[in-house]
Design a protein around this ligand. Sequence first.
Ligand code: AMP
Length: 304
Amino acid sequence: MSLLAVGTVAFDDIETPKGRAEGVVGGACTYISLAASYFTAPVRIVSVVGDDFPEDALEHLRGRGVDLEGLQIKQGEKSFFWAGRYHSNFNSRDTLDTQLNVLADFNPILPESYRHSEYLMLGNLVPALQMRVLDQLAHRPKLVVLDTMNFWMDIAMDDLKAVLGKVDVLTINDEEARQLSEEHSLLKAAQVIHEMGPKTLIIKKGEHGALLFHQGEIFFAPALPLAEVIDPTGAGDTFAGGFIGWLAKTDDLSFANIKRAVIYGSAMASFCVEAFSIERLKTLTPAMIQTRVRQFADLVHFQL
Ligand code: AMP
């Protein structure tokens, strides 16, 4: 099934307890499309970069079958830039810098061939722009997933609530779920967020896994215990790409399959954190992904 992904394509400066990486490829849309490309085709992206963005990174995405027709390249302008520093536990981070650059006056325009996409991933981006993408589709996709972050809750809460009213699934981390719902209990937060629109909610808890809330049912997926975490940047986006990629591949929106999608998302995220930037995601094979999904099944399997 066709998948349309929207979000940032960016440069990042990252500092983790394991080291630093400067001017590396990042952005929500980059991670989403790369992760999803292991499951479904075509993966189409809508985003914007400046003329400073490396051609080899774009070539890699093309090589993975990602359709870049909707990627605008602005001559003489700079790509979106984000800098972050992780705390010693890797689970929390400080944003040191966000430079919107090309994003400041970005107008997402869907090429004609994109307007009939069946699955839509609204990756982390200005909420009003997420809405503009939704408005350009010829018909409502089978599934709309939205990811966002506290940055947009702080500066564009009304726009965020408007777009939340139109999506099926929201993925956010636990702190953001509390900020959005003004509830500390994640159970209560889920109820409040369901009322805002999304019938399905995934709350990501970093190395503590992810919780899925769906029509009164709850499912928990752990994160795989890893020998070494290098850089958590993009783990949430990679999770989202694996999650929606699996659903687009299987075209099955039953609760049982949504649970499977959470595991595929978690497996992809577990690869992402093993190296800086998108480096680890470049090196995967379907067999490696399958082995890791099996490790998840073994990790949580028990008999009553
Ligand atoms: P994650 O670790 O999943 O939250 O994703 C980190 C990625 O999101 C980085 O590669 C950044 O370039 C990108 N990013 C950081 N801040 C923002 C923002 N405010 N809007 C959109 N993308 C962002």
